[in-house]
Design a protein around this ligand. Structure first.
Ligand code: PMP
Length: 363
């Protein structure tokens, strides 16, 4: 990177910080990709140089998450929000129902779409306590078509540390804001989906990992673009894929691999989260964490200060020191530090230091 380039500590919830190396790699080959004399953006998706990129992106997903061979890896469009509808369209037959665990705004949206399309049940909800914890006991039914969870609640800052047991009922997870934060046993899931714009790359591509036996559940008359089996059969090339977004995803995952893979990501993510939660706990009278301790997210740290004036001063001071994106989501207010895989340890430590100093000065 040119030495004049300035990079802030970027705590946005998504789109979010990406590894500088992944972006610099794109910059270095933007006009001439691998000696083709073309930008990646200008290459036909059916041409070899691009097909190689998409194949590598898929291989990296498979390697990093140890995806078994009976699962398809798909690159789709429409964001995680499109998956809110595609999941029931494909997996929920009219005579059956799906169980939904409602742990935040996105879980509510997922349920809303499913309700439009079929029968649903709420197997647990955290609404009564403003989603500050995950429901402790779930009312899961053994005959559900699938059970849907949100592995990390981006807005409220809660996260499953252990996934619910659903027996033979396929577990479907929206992992948009924590996919690949640590090694994950894919075999526990029937389907995983994630918008790319937190841990995987830029917005514009959505990753879906789906067990092959579930592909055939979709009704015959489901429009082709909405059926997983269409994309599975066509290796995510049924229509023009978002080539540049997939290329960037490749760059990001290649970086993850080079850093030591998901075990290394987990170690770093835990250190980052501990540093920030550590300040919150040491100054418990000043900072109030939104999430109950046992359900705290390692990706999105949500907290309040005593009063809006102090919150404003905290955010203004943070901005001055090069910390960006710390305002909480408009539906909860307060502050939120998103510390995805690409947030360097130094960034989290610098924020912890700022929070410590701010509490000492104003507490
Ligand atoms: N699920 C979760 C957990 C999210 O955090 C988000 C948005 N950031 C979404 C779904 C919606 O994703 P998209 O904007 O890609 O549709």
């Amino acid at each position: 990177m040119p030495t004049t380039t300035r990079r802030v500590h970027n705590f946005y919830a998504g789109p979010a910080t990406m590894p500088a190396e992944a972006i610099a790699r794109a910059q270095s080959e933007l006009l001439d990709f691998a000696g083709t004399g073309m930008s990646v953006m200008e290459i036909s998706h059916r041409a070899k140089p691009y097909m190689a990129i998409q194949a590598e992106a898929e291989a990296l997903v498979r390697e990093l998450l140890a995806v078994p061979s009976n699962y398809k890896v798909l690159f789709l469009q429409g964001g995680a929000s499109m998956q809110f509808a595609m999941v029931p369209m494909n997996l929920l037959p009219p005579e059956r129902h799906a169980d939904y665990v409602v742990t935040g705004e996105f879980a509510k949206k997922a349920l809303k779409e499913a309700k439009l399309l079929g029968k649903t049940r709420v197997a647990g909800t955290g609404e009564a306590t403003n989603f500050d914890r995950l429901p402790s006991a779930l009312d899961l039914s053994p005959d559900a078509a699938y059970a849907h969870i949100t592995s990390n609640n981006t807005i409220f800052g809660t996260q499953y540390q252990a996934f619910p047991e659903t027996g033979d009922v396929p577990l479907v997870a929206d992992m948009s804001s924590d996919i690949m934060w640590r090694p994950t046993d894919v075999t526990r899931f029937g389907l995983i989906y994630a918008g790319a714009q937190k841990n995987l790359g830029p917005s514009g591509v959505t990753l879906v990992i789906v067990r092959e036996d579930l592909l055939e559940r979709a009704p015959e008359n489901l429009p082709s673009m909405l059926a997983y089996r269409t994309h599975a059969k066509a290796d995510s090339m049924y229509n023009t894929p978002p080539t540049f977004a997939i290329y960037m995803l490749r760059n990001v995952l290649d970086w993850v691999k080079g850093q030591g893979g998901l075990a290394e990501m987990e170690a770093r993510n835990r250190r980052k989260a501990e540093a920030i939660y550590g300040v919150i706990d040491r100054h418990a009278g000043f900072y109030a964490g939104h999430a109950q301790v046992e359900d705290r997210s390692m990706m999105n740290v949500t907290f309040r200060l005593p009063g809006e004036e102090l919150e404003k001063a905290f955010l203004a001071g943070a901005q001055e020191q090069g910390f960006v994106g710390l305002a909480g989501h408009r539906s909860v207010g307060g502050c939120r530090a998103s510390i995805y895989n690409a947030m360097p340890l130094e960034g989290a430590l610098a924020l912890a230091e700022y929070m410590e100093a701010f509490a000492r000065q104003h507490g």
